[in-house]
Design a protein around this ligand. Structure first.
Ligand code: ADP
Ligand code: MG
Length: 343
């Protein structure tokens, strides 16, 4: 057969990355999410995020984590290049937030990146510049331990996607929402977010989750929260749930964290709704930060490229334990309706 008749090609790496970018990089907030996850995986205790114009102009993430070894730096931008898993059995016991090795090449395919990283305390690191997926510069430079990444001109080479970006206000809303939740998930990390020069969030990294709740939602909200904790052979549950007098008209005040990962879970949200049944009027929802910990083998995080969904292998048991824990907390603090004290 003549090779000219062949119609199936293996796509060039840059094209494949652009396609992956369609899933991984939906909007500026997805870039922030991937970069912050990398900083957390690197063991950082401080992560500073600076965003201009809703992230459409630039996103900078500076961390004090382990950094990237000089020789690995160009490698980090290759598709499916990761330091976090090596074998397929690792895929069933994921302990890091990243593992797909897709974020950096996907982001690089649709933006201009400059990354400076050092994995030592000699003050020497490497700077790499990548534009639309192509490395344009790699050289030694002065750098502290950790990584600084600047992502500019997002979607400059994919105008169709750029057209779908909403207002600066909407985009920073998504970014702030994610950063708030990741700060709630990681109270021991000091996290700051600045937008167009304005401070949006600053946590101190003391490890006190109630302090982060106060930073995100205000002190009065923090005062109206009740701590929960429970443990069985498979699961550890920790967190805070609102006393019934503090409630909302939607479920956005519920943050679910699984093994350090902020996730969306209809199932867990539903457990809370059930647990608050009789404590809240219909169509009112609690505020809650629920942290679940379990052995990684009880969890499948490889459900979607955004890693926002998970599957629990013993979902029923987990739901029962959580419902029981939340109900017990609500019952222990018998709710006294406003005005009842005068009766
Ligand atoms: P993944 O996180 O799935 O491994 P990424 O594309 O996000 O894939 O990153 C590729 C690799 O680059 C990571 O596995 C890690 O080794 C390295 N890396 C990326 N960001 C950082 C960072 N902030 N600090 C240290 N290493 C990093
Ligand atoms: Mg990653």
């Amino acid at each position: 057969m003549d090779t000219n008749d062949r119609k199936i090609n293996v796509l060039a790496e840059q094209l494949a990355n652009q396609i992956a970018a369609g899933e991984v990089v939906e909007r500026p907030a997805s870039i922030v999410k991937e970069l912050v996850e990398n900083a957390i995986d690197a063991g950082s205790t401080t992560i500073d995020i600076t965003v201009e114009e809703g992230g459409l102009t630039s996103i900078t993430v500076i961390d004090n984590g382990s950094g990237i070894h000089e020789a690995d730096i160009p490698q980090a931008f290759l598709r499916h290049a990761t330091s976090k898993i090596t074998t397929s059995s690792d895929l069933f016991r994921i302990a890091s937030l990243g593992f797909r090795g897709e974020a950096l090449p996907s982001i690089a395919a649709v933006s201009r990146i400059e990354l400076v990283s050092s994995d030592n305390n000699d003050g020497i690191g490497t700077v790499i510049a990548v534009e639309g997926g192509h490395i344009t510069r790699v050289e030694r430079c002065n750098a502290p331990l950790g990584t600084r990444i600047v992502v500019k001109d997002i979607f400059y080479n994919t105008p169709a996607r750029l057209k779908y970006m909403k207002s600066v206000q909407t985009e920073i809303g998504h970014i702030a929402d994610y950063i708030n939740r990741i700060a709630l998930a990681h109270p021991a990390i000091s996290i700051s977010l600045k937008h167009n020069g304005n401070a949006i969030l600053q946590t101190i990294g003391s490890g006190d989750r109630l302090q982060v709740i106060a930073a995100v939602y205000g002190r009065n909200t923090a005062k109206a929260m009740q701590e929960i904790s429970a443990e069985d052979a498979d699961y550890t549950i920790r967190g805070f749930v609102s006393r019934p007098e503090l409630n909302r008209s939607n479920r956005n005040g519920i943050t679910v964290i699984v093994n350090g990962r902020y996730i969306r879970s209809f199932a867990i949200n539903q457990v809370l709704v059930t647990a608050y049944h009789t404590f809240l009027p219909i169509h009112r929802f609690p505020l809650a930060v629920i942290e679940l910990e379990m052995h990684p083998t009880l969890l499948d995080v490889n459900v979607h490229p955004s890693k926002m969904e998970v599957r629990f292998s013993k979902e029923q048991e987990l739901k029962q334990l959580l419902e029981k824990t939340v109900r017990a907390a609500l019952q222990s603090e018998r709710y006294i309706p406003a005005g009842a004290d005068s009766v």
